[in-house]
Design a protein around this ligand. Structure first.
Ligand code: NAD
Length: 377
């Protein structure tokens, strides 16, 4: 029986807006609990007031601590820059709140471990914002792998590339600073690939990486000649070994000329392979050896599977394949799963996953320092 969930949002930026819309949509599409937008916090009073009015929050504050202590808030939604996740999520857990925290869960594996353990101790819902887990395409690929249709998985080849920061005149921001973001392309982009890799293929045990800072300094603000140092990776590449015996290579770039949202992976098995690219969100390329062997391989080659209502999650948005679903639909599926978790339904995307991804990220950064393989523990 549907009830109300009172939401306290911290951070009224891109994700704050996406989460709020997703909670609305989850109610309308799935008949989930009624989201009550109780309180929102951001640093700029004028901006947070406008956000509250536009998005339907009852109250606003410029002090995020008001949100985590508010008796009328059930679920604290942390959608602030990375450096704040740890302190805000920890305070929310300590106050007994359910917590939805954007990715990466924190700046280090050690901090994320503290959050994952604390969430378990408190017994509250703890959801980490890896949106791609709920993409029906990734659910489909997981089913293909688990069904054995691809045979034994041998290799993964994956990259997440964007060129949003290619222009050197774009000013320095929190994403470029180690103290505020941790890593660069690794935590910001590649962590999404790692979450999906964990979902589909399980643990990565060892990694070995290299990184590059392509644009070493940026203006302190638009048009300024005063420059500030970029402290983290623009480009990252690393080799991985999986617990299941597969090997792979992962890369990410935030200065990848021409790439807009190129979240790409290829999984090669002994009986078949899949290729997926988020820029073509509703298309999964598949190759099954058994099909290709017909007619002595005359009709060989990958073929395109269009996402359709038979794929987990899709039918709620569109009645037939070939009608596109999009990023915001992943966010709605995420909000729906989170609402289900409030009623005890199982969910994969918890703080434990956040800590697991951050353990791999930390190992990659250690391997760059040590110039050798590092264990992802
Ligand atoms: N899951 C996804 O697909 C996805 C996509 C983009 C970003 N993210 C993650 O979401 C988080 C936020 O990213 P974004 O793109 O929305 O950033 P953003 O800059 O658009 O929004 C962040 C907001 O937090 C506010 N803020 C900063 N300090 C604050 C404080 N002390 N109290 C309250 N509010 C404060 C800022 O003013 C801003 O409005 C990041 O951790 C990022 O990695 C996830």
């Amino acid at each position: 029986m549907a009830k109300e969930v009172r939401i306290g949002l911290i951070g009224g930026g891109w994700m704050g807006k996406a989460h709020t819309t997703a909670f609305h949509n989850a109610k309308m599409i799935f008949g989930d609990d009624m989201p009550v937008f109780e309180l929102v916090s951001d640093v700029n009073e004028e901006a947070v007031k406008a956000f509250a009015e536009n998005m339907g929050y009852k109250r606003y504050t410029t002090n995020w601590r008001d949100v985590v202590t508010d008796p009328d808030v059930d679920l604290v939604d942390v959608a602030t820059p990375n450096v704040m996740h740890f302190e805000m999520a920890k305070a929310a857990l300590e106050n007994g709140k359910h917590v939805f925290c954007e990715k990466p869960l924190s700046l280090t594996a050690a901090e994320s471990r503290i959050l994952a353990d604390l969430a378990k101790e408190k017994g509250v819902v703890n959801y980490c914002g890896f949106s791609n887990i709920m993409n029906p395409a990734n659910q489909y690929v997981k089913e293909l792998v688990e069904s054995g249709k691809l045979g034994k998985i041998m290799r993964v080849h994956a990259t997440y590339d964007q060129d949003m920061l290619l222009d050197p005149s774009i000013p320095i921001a929190w994403r470029h600073k180690k103290a505020l973001a941790g890593s660069g392309a690794l935590g910001d982009l590649c962590s999404h690939l790692l979450s999906v890799s964990q979902f589909i293929l399980g643990d990565i045990t060892e990694v070995m990486g290299v990184q590059s800072i392509v644009i070493p300094e940026r203006p302190v603000k638009a048009g300024s000649s005063e420059m500030a140092k970029v402290e983290n990776d623009d480009v990252i590449t690393f080799l991985v070994k999986y617990a299941n015996g597969a090997i792979g290579d992962f890369s990410s770039s935030r200065v990848a000329t021409g790439r807009k949202n190129y979240f790409y992976y290829e999984i090669q098995g002994t009986e078949g392979s899949v290729v997926y690219n988020l820029e073509r969100m509703c298309e999964v390329q598949v190759y099954f050896k058994a099909d290709a062997d017909v007619d002595n391989g005359r009709d060989c080659g990958f073929r395109t599977v269009l996402l359709n209502p038979q794929h987990e999650g899709f039918k709620w948005f569109q009645p037939a394949g070939g009608i596109a679903i999009a990023f915001d639909d992943m966010k709605t599926l995420q909000a729906h799963t989170l609402m289900g978790a409030m009623h005890g339904k199982p969910y994969f995307c918890d703080f434990e996953l956040g800590a697991r991804v951050d353990a791999v990220n930390d190992a990659v950064l250690r391997s760059i320092e040590s110039n050798t393989w590092e264990k992802a523990e």
